[in-house]
Design a protein around this ligand. Structure first.
Ligand code: AVJ
Length: 335
């Protein structure tokens, strides 16, 4: 596995397109869907960042993925948060400002907030103002004494946090769901280095999906109800809705597989025929079998992840896994 080069140090820099040939354009220059998709379709092999999955339709499909019997990460992580709530509260300590990278559905952060003693503030960081607004208003009703301070930012890049609220003892990051798996290991090290700087004096609670029997990974990304396929194909439907593209829904197949050498699940949309597609007034050709690479989801062993975190400026403290060792939750303190 290509761990980040320790000689490069953990300091965060925005990922460049260097070495991007074999991965989606995560963190590359293009922030908006139009320019990112146009650039990704012109590249060889074709690719687009998985961050564009999450329009309203895609977010709803992702919420359904989280309830699927084959998709263990959500279920196992929620269970770990509940099972170890008491220990988490002790390790994390009272009066914290909780910074969540990405505004989720709120289920996980509620479980954590309910475990903590007198959490002072909740700072969700998300690229979408709409997600932030929803996350904030849902929580405000149930946690009236919690300061809620949404920050609109792309956390795959360097960004600043507002000053801590008064009374907060330390800043604690929360990055659940193994979303870190969307970064290549060297990018993950960069993200962790940036997080360590933001969370100086505090720590990070992070969920990390584990290497396991590929058959279980395969099932998790090829569910029997076809929800993951619909989630993947929604990217094309989104291009049709927003960019006047003319992707044919039956022209592409969802294809997801675990690549044990790269230690990642790859998702692709495979062209079933030779075809031309128009996107925002430009034409692109797909050969039969050509793919648009839409996502990587890297998996780790517990020890690999702890050493990655250590290289990035954290002291790995406790971690928890389920009995079947499907998923892990790590408490990291800033060195
Ligand atoms: C949100 C990135 C953690 O990689 O498992 C679920 C996204 N993709 N099914 C994952 C996803 C297909 C998910 N993450």
């Amino acid at each position: 596995m290509q761990m980040s080069d320790p000689g490069k140090g953990p300091s965060w820099k925005a990922p460049t397109t260097d070495g991007a040939r074999d991965r989606p354009l995560d963190g590359a220059e293009d922030d908006d869907f139009r320019s990112a998709l146009l650039a990704g379709l012109a590249a060889t092999p074709k690719r687009v960042s998985c961050k564009f999955f999450y329009d309203a339709e895609g977010s709803a499909l992702f919420d359904r993925i989280c309830t699927l019997p084959e998709y263990y990460p959500t279920r196992v992580e929620l269970d770990l948060l509940e099972r170890h709530a008491g220990e988490l509260a002790v390790l994390i300590g009272p009066d914290v400002e909780l910074v969540e990278f990405g505004a989720g559905s709120g289920r996980k952060v509620r479980r954590l907030l309910d475990a903590l003693r007198r959490p002072r503030a909740y700072v969700p960081v998300d690229i979408s103002g709409e997600h932030l607004h929803q996350a904030a208003s849902r929580l405000r009703a149930d946690y009236p004494r919690l300061g809620i301070r949404p920050v609109v930012a792309d956390y795959t890049r360097a960004f600043d946090l507002p000053p801590s609220v008064s009374g907060a003892q330390r800043r604690v990051g929360f990055f659940p769901g193994s979303t870190i798996g969307n970064f290549a290991p060297e990018e993950a090290a960069g993200f962790l280095g940036m997080a360590a700087a933001l969370l100086d004096g505090g720590g990070l609670l992070i969920g990390v999906d584990l290497i396991k029997d590929p058959a279980l990974l395969h099932a998790a990304y090829n569910d029997s109800q076809g929800v993951t396929a619909a989630f993947n194909k929604n990217l094309l439907a989104r291009a049709n809705r927003e960019l006047g593209a003319d992707f044919a829904d039956d022209g592409f197949a969802h294809y997801a597989f675990y690549q044990p050498l790269a230690r990642r699940v790859e998702m692709h949309l495979v062209s079933l025929v030779a075809q031309r597609v128009r996107v925002a007034g430009r034409e692109f050709r797909f050969a039969t079998g050509e793919t648009l690479h839409t996502e990587n989801s890297y998996k780790y062993t517990v020890e690999e992840f702890r050493s990655l975190a250590a290289q990035a400026g954290f002291v790995p403290r406790r971690y928890w896994t389920d009995a079947a060792r499907l998923f892990s939750l790590h408490w990291l303190e800033v060195a």
